[in-house]
Design a protein around this ligand. Structure first.
Ligand code: NAD
Length: 315
């Protein structure tokens, strides 16, 4: 027996959400749910193939039609995310504000590294990384001025753990997490919270990778609750990375060994390092660094300097 549904209390009335790649898969599910919860939605989608060829303007419009049929508010935008400034301009011209950006648009160019062309590498970086940059960079001053924003970047397990045939995609997807770690530091004082998700869901990007019986249970709708929660005004979660799929959600963090230490002198050689290698890999003695000062403090301690963190000026 399934548990009864809780009535939605997380509302997004008067919030404007820009979702890239919202014409299908995960993005479509986010768009429908935000609209149901009162948000005004910019449904961006170029409508190209899963490999990034072609374009189809009807893809974004179909989702907008679905939203309007349910009584929601949305506009279609068919710009390429690489020209993210145009998407943000379109959103501002129509709704006059931007509260939430979900960088979700993506394609695949899977091929083993020795067969990978420069185009396979660059296209993946253009759409995933430069696309997320362009959209976010255009929305950032608007959010800073408003003192409010929620941003989601879409990372991937392929980037976190690596996957054969996805060197380009893995590198780009982890870049999107790197963007989150640093941007969350810059946004927190301005009420802007930035997080990353690594989803698993049935879509055209995964239909050839996931067996059919499992594919059916991996609805994009089982990723959406996390995105909705992280983007709500009451959420102060910032700078985190979550894995999510099939109803399972988990937060990731770094774990580092306490490590080996040496006198920083000529006596520290590859040979003395080899003797203490066990300590480098000893996770029975470990900690969970959560900011850039944590490893720096270990280094400083070892060189006998206990300099505490210096506050960064607002550059
Ligand atoms: P999808 O193909 O169903 O949706 C992606 C959408 O992005 C498509 O509608 C496509 O037209 C659009 N798009 C592609 N390039 C674009 C561009 N340049 N400008 C505007 N729109 C563009 O795939 P999905 O599985 O829903 O993927 C959504 C995101 O999640 C992607 O970033 C993907 O890499 C990531 N992801 C998905 C999975 C998964 O299991 N499905 C796993 C890890 C990461």
């Amino acid at each position: 027996m399934s548990t009864p549904m809780t009535p939605p209390t997380m509302r997004f009335d008067n919030r404007v959400v820009v979702i890239t790649g919202a014409g299908a898969g995960l993005g479509r599910s986010y768009a429908l749910e935000f609209a149901r919860r009162g948000a005004k939605v910019v449904v961006n989608d170029l409508g190209g193939s899963a490999q990034g060829d072609g374009a189809d303007k009807s893809v974004a419009q179909t989702v907008v039609d679905e939203i309007i049929a349910e009584g929601g508010e949305a506009i279609a935008n068919t710009d390429n995310v690489i020209e993210g400034g145009r998407i943000i301009e379109n959103a501002m011209d129509t709704f006059g504000k931007i509260d939430i950006v979900i960088n979700n648009a993506g394609i695949l160019r899977d091929v083993s590294f020795h067969k990978m062309t420069e185009e396979d590498w660059k296209l993946i970086f253009d759409i995933h990384v430069n696309g997320a940059f362009a959209v976010t960079h255009a929305a950032w001053p608007i959010m800073r001025k408003a003192g409010y924003g929620r941003i989601i970047n879409t990372s991937s397990a392929a980037g976190i753990y690596g996957n054969f045939g996805q060197v380009n995609y893995a590198a780009a997807k982890l870049a999107l997490y790197g963007m989150v770690t640093a941007l969350s530091e810059e946004g927190k004082g301005k009420g802007i919270f930035v997080n990353a998700i690594a989803p698993v869901a049935a879509s055209r990007l995964t239909e050839n990778l996931i067996p059919p019986e499992i594919f059916k249970a991996l609805k994009p709708e089982f990723v959406t609750p996390l995105v909705v929660m992280l983007c709500h005004e009451n959420s102060e979660i910032n700078g985190e990375l979550f894995e999510v799929g099939g109803g399972w959600i988990s937060k990731l963090r770094w774990q580092a060994s306490e490590g080996a230490t040496f006198e920083p002198s000529d006596s520290f050689t590859a040979e003395t390092l080899k003797e203490k290698w066990h300590d480098v890999e000893d996770f029975d003695h470990s900690y969970n660094p959560s900011n850039i000062m944590a490893p720096l403090e270990k280094v400083m301690k070892n060189i006998g300097t206990n300099r505490s963190s210096q506050k960064q000026d607002d550059k």
